[in-house]
Design a protein around this ligand. Structure first.
Ligand SMILES: *[C@@H]1O[C@H](CO)[C@@H](O)[C@H](O)[C@H]1NC(C)=O
Length: 412
């Protein structure tokens, strides 16, 4: 007679093995999923096709606030601050966000796909898309109304490179060979010696803007494709903002979207403490620009078109509007912020106000809310100061993978 212990034993074994295997698969998936290169998918016929909007008021009449917005969130460009603005606007108007599932990005650095949107059903329409992604226009296009506004932010590529090197350097393994205090200078002395275009997370360290916008960041700068890509960005985006002229950019945004001043007030989020921001010397600045040549060409183009837009808007009018935005920011600062300024992580009292930190450092600043804030401003103050990850959670996004693994590259 076969013993009863045997099958019981093997069942238990199978059960344990099964659990281990499932756990392993989950972890494996969590690690590998964001790294997979996605296959090209044929465009489907299931695009968002909203009912025709009611006829607008007569031309020349007051405009209506635009509620359909795609914000292509580039890395290290003050985009977290803009995200906060979009979150607040979306809440105020009860708009429908297209959010990712599990992460705070759409499977970056893989290309964006509609199926990555949480609870996506073919034909769904969304008002706002604003989480990190590697841009793929046809996929995004199909999720929003035909007249949605497409916006993005660029930044001087040398400065962006410096910031990205600081923030992501530790998750790019080929930088581990760099030793000593000034790793950045060492890298820029001889990038070819360290840089491996196929290395894990390599995209963070060369032409990151080009990469985020969905293009090949390893293109030869002399290739005619470069100008074609830049022209394409020009055609697809209604406004390309510049981090260096953030306030002017917001004024242009407000004009484009027919928003109110109160919609664009902001506090600078996710900033580094000043001592953690090295000045790139003239020589290093030139090297960083040359190393990121594609982004430099992109930036030069949109820097020029930005100032043409400001010209068309009216220089004096711009100066007036920027001044009133700054006044309003100041006013909110005195209403909301304890001590009136950003503080180091250790000095932040409320856990929900802690910003995400780059691996192994505490260089990102945050804020303390004032103890006493009038009822009228309480909500707004809290929202304006809530870091990105916490705000996503408040908006109902399930970030279990981010929380589980505390992925250092998942913030910004
Ligand atoms: C951008 O354009 C402005 C105005 O033409 C110029 O002063 C500035 O140096 C440019 N910035 C960069 C980083 O090229």
């Amino acid at each position: 007679m076969p013993s009863l212990r045997k099958p019981w034993h093997s069942m238990a074994k199978a059960l344990i093995l099964g659990c281990l295997f499932t756990g392993f698969l989950l972890l494996f998936y969590a690690y590998v999923a964001p790294l997979q290169v996605s296959m090209a998918e044929p465009p489907d016929e299931s695009s968002c096709s909203p009912p025709a909007p009611p006829l607008n008021s007569s031309p020349g009449g007051p405009c209506r606030p635009k509620t359909d917005i795609v914000f292509m969130k580039t890395h290290k460009t003050a985009s977290s601050t803009l995200l906060n603005i979009l979150f607040r606007f979306g809440q105020k108007h009860r708009l429908k966000f297209a959010f990712p599932s599990g992460y705070n990005d759409f499977n970056y650095p893989s290309f964006f796909k509609r199926s990555l949107v949480h609870n996506y059903q073919p034909g769904d329409c969304f008002n706002i898309i604003c989480n990190h992604m590697r841009f793929r226009y046809p996929e995004v296009r199909g999720l929003v109304a035909p007249d949605a506004a497409f916006i993005t932010v660029l930044r001087d590529p040398a400065r962006l490179f410096e910031s990205s090197f600081h923030y992501f350097g530790t998750v790019v393994p080929f930088t581990w060979r760099l030793t000593g205090r000034d790793k950045l200078a060492k890298f820029l002395q001889d990038p070819g010696r360290y840089y491996n275009p196929r290395g894990f997370n390599a995209h963070y360290l060369r032409n990151l803007l080009f990469f985020d916008l969905g293009y090949d960041s390893g293109l030869d700068p002399r290739s005619p494709q470069v100008a074609e890509h830049i022209r394409e960005v020009e055609q697809r985006f209604h406004l390309v903002m510049l981090q260096e002229y953030f306030d002017e950019s917001l004024v242009l945004l407000k004009e484009l979207l027919c928003w109110e001043l109160e919609d664009i007030v902001y506090f600078k989020l996710n900033a580094r403490r000043a001592s953690a921001v090295p000045r790139l010397s003239g020589e290093l600045y030139r090297r960083a620009t040359a190393w990121n040549q594609l982004d430099a060409l992109l930036y030069r183009h949109f820097n020029a078109s930005f100032w043409r837009k400001v010209e068309a808007f009216g220089r004096e009018r711009m100066a007036r509007e920027v001044a009133s935005l700054r006044r309003e920011n100041e006013r909110m600062r005195s209403i909301c912020i304890d001590g009136g300024r950003a503080v180091a992580a250790e000095a932040i009292q409320e856990a929900s106000m802690q910003p995400w930190q780059p691996l192994g450092t505490k260089t990102i600043l945050g804020y303390n809310l004032k103890k006493r804030i009038s009822r009228r401003h309480q909500q707004l103050c809290r929202k304006m100061l809530t870091p990105e990850i916490q705000y996503l959670i408040d908006l109902g996004v399930n970030l279990w993978v981010v929380r589980l693994l505390k992925l250092p590259w998942s913030a910004e």
